[in-house]
Design a protein around this ligand. Structure first.
Ligand code: SAM
Ligand code: SF4
Ligand code: SF4
Length: 366
């Protein structure tokens, strides 16, 4: 096959991707070098946030001088939807909107309605979800549901208000997030997943109160191991609370048993209370890496495509989008990037990855 080199540049990242000259018809399945298929797309709709979570956007780095992406640099809703449709043709079944804080993006409901209208090749509906810090959810939940959002994931790191305020470093209360969560549940955006990042010495004492609070609620509480994403959070291995320890602490509250995955590529290990009072999830990306089943691609606010959360480089889709690229070229570019992928950062974390300049979590979303 003849190949030509298409250099695609961006002011933050540079990458060179070999794009086949002839059009490769999407077949609804695309495998990378490690035989992992492309199934999920996470789209960051803003790199801004009204929180300053200390593990994600520490205030001393993300201060008033921080250069967030200007409005003109963001992919428009039309550009996002065009790409999403092409990704769906290549096998993406699930789209998660993230950020930054996705509910800060103006008229996000309009984007949701546009994405919800995408037809999958086999006629089944796209699973369209969103991860939010919950602060604006009480106001927006009904409009999000009406626009076609399927479900929502809400992040909440503590029930104790003082601990939570220390973690979000922006004076948001637990009550505001819980009100958003209740409203989302009321309008039918459940079952809701609740994400809790656990950092030793900061909020690990909240593991059991959080478990107690959400047990029997119908919501699925997921404990996330604190990760070394980006370069600004000063991550240390001794601040990670291994999922095995979380499981042990909850077991002391009430016995839990592991259950099967729902689908290939599911990031959380599922657990349920033995007495039937609900489900829990453990996301153990540090102590039990799951790269072997990683089916996720990540599109940044500015249209850079990352094939790993810990990537150091990306492929720019905005430049071709804005210079008249055809659907065939964009589709080939998706195929070229994914087929060439061999990322497995969490499996090789350590000496090999130290000192690497990684992308920030708030830029590509979780
Ligand atoms: N602002 C939204 C929120 O917080 O839900 C969406 C974006 S946030 C980057 C997505 C998820 O990543 C959140 O659940 C957050 O807690 C998690 N996260 C951020 N930094 C993390 C880190 N260093 N380790 C583990 N999870 C992290
Ligand atoms: Fe904002 Fe979410 Fe990062 Fe917290 S985790 S700073 S809410 S993007
Ligand atoms: Fe996927 Fe990269 Fe995370 Fe491994 S480290 S699971 S390849 S995003």
């Amino acid at each position: 096959m003849t190949q030509r080199v298409v250099p695609l540049s961006d002011y933050r990242n540079r990458s060179t991707v070999r794009v086949p000259d002839r059009h490769i018809e999407p077949r609804g399945i695309l495998n990378d070098r490690l035989q992992r298929s492309l199934r999920d797309l996470r789209i960051s709709v803003t790199d801004r946030c009204n929180f300053r979570c200390i593990y994600c956007m520490p205030r001393d780095v993300f201060d008033q001088d921080y250069a967030f992406a200007p409005q003109a640099a963001l992919l428009s809703f039309e550009e996002i939807t065009r790409l999403a449709r092409l990704f769906a043709a290549h096998g993406v079944r699930k789209i998660r909107l993230t950020g930054g804080e996705p509910l800060l993006r103006k008229n996000i409901e309009r984007l949701i309605a546009m994405l919800a209208a995408i037809q999958l090749p086999d006629g089944s509906p796209l699973d369209l979800t969103l991860t939010t810090n919950g602060s604006l959810l009480e106001r927006k939940a009904a409009a999000l549901k009406d626009a076609g959002l399927t479900r929502v994931t809400v992040s909440l790191d503590a029930l104790d208000d003082a601990v939570f305020r220390r973690m979000n470093d922006a004076d948001f209360s637990v009550a505001a997030v819980l009100a958003g969560l209740d409203e989302a549940s009321r309008v039918g955006l459940g079952p809701i997943k609740v994400n809790m990042v656990v950092k030793r010495g900061l909020n690990d004492q909240e593991i059991v109160p959080m478990a107690r609070h959400f047990r029997g609620s119908g919501h699925i509480l997921r404990f996330i191991e604190y990760m070394d994403v980006g370069n600004s959070n000063g991550w240390r291995l001794d601040e990670v609370v291994p999922s095995s320890e979380v499981v042990a602490r909850i077991n002391a509250l009430a016995p839990i048993v592991p259950i099967e995955h729902n689908y290939e590529g599911e990031v959380a290990q599922r657990w349920r209370y033995a007495d039937g009072s609900g489900e829990l999830g453990m996301i153990s990306s540090v102590t039990q890496a799951f790269c072997g089943s990683c089916t996720r691609a990540r599109l940044s606010t500015e249209g850079n495509l990352y094939t790993c959360l810990f990537a150091t480089a990306a492929t720019d889709f905005r430049a071709p989008l804005r210079s008249g690229a055809s659907d065939a070229l964009l589709s080939n570019l998706i195929a070229a990037v994914w087929s060439d992928r061999s990322d497995r950062y969490s499996e090789v974390r350590g000496a090999q990855t130290e000192g690497r300049a990684k992308v920030e979590m708030s830029y590509i979303g979780g």
